[in-house]
Design a protein around this ligand. Sequence first.
Ligand SMILES: N[C@@H](CCC[C@H](N)C(=O)O)C(=O)O
Length: 289
Amino acid sequence: MSTRIAFLKGHGTENDFVIVPDPENAVDLPPAAVAALCDRRAGIGGDGLLHVVRSAAHPEARSMADRAEWFMDYRNGDGSIAEMCGNGVRVFARYLQRAGHAAEGDLAVATRAGVKTVHIAKDGDITVGMGRALLPEGDVTVSVGERDWPARNVSMGNPHAVAFVDDLADAGTLFTPPPFSPPSAYPDGVNVEFVVDRGPRHVAMRVHERGAGETRSCGTGACAVAVAAARRDGVDPRVTGLPVTYTVDLPGGTLVITERPDGEIEMTGPAVIVAEGAVEAEWLESALG
Ligand SMILES: N[C@@H](CCC[C@H](N)C(=O)O)C(=O)O
């Protein structure tokens, strides 16, 4: 790598990202480069990385290019690939707006979990059509130390295990991924959410993210939690014909999640760009060893 690489830093409810604009997919980002950029001490720091590429220029997104000009090539902070990132897609849209690639209103974004429609509102918040949740049957258990809880298996394109607990402190330090069983439940790993009630249609959560550790927020996790809470509360908009909205408090802020009668889920929250700069090529080369 011989040139400096432009980057920005942004966050959505304090789920933070290194943003690498690369319309023609010319920047090589192997997992070690992503992990170095996301390193909070030796790099820029982030829970994940948003590689901003034109769909037509990326082999994983070419088939979506007629519906979405831009592809969110999302990576976790450890360099692994994930299907979807709910906070990330809002920050991705904010970057496109700031760069003049998108205006207020609706924007289609290609992701590994399909094309998502993002609405950039005048008031600053961004709403994302997150698609439908899948809730495969089957008993899953997550544990912390000696304690374990039944968990609801929810897919938002990426995997989640949602456990309702008495106190968010029950989740402990979350320095390591909470073990789950059976091991076959999540062959590719899982994001684990611990949830408490705050009031009617109002919950709070902590999350241990696959590939990142405990984060201050997770958008797909908040959607999984809202759907799991609704089913636990006996509410299914596909049956009642009425939308249901949950407010989800996270350590880094609040997200509002609505499930519509057709099962489509909308998530609304903030997205902020905080800085921009350039990565020294020599530093990145030395970080790659
Ligand atoms: N923070 C994200 C989720 C990022 C991906 C996740 N760690 C995974 O591996 O599935 C969000 O806001 O949804």
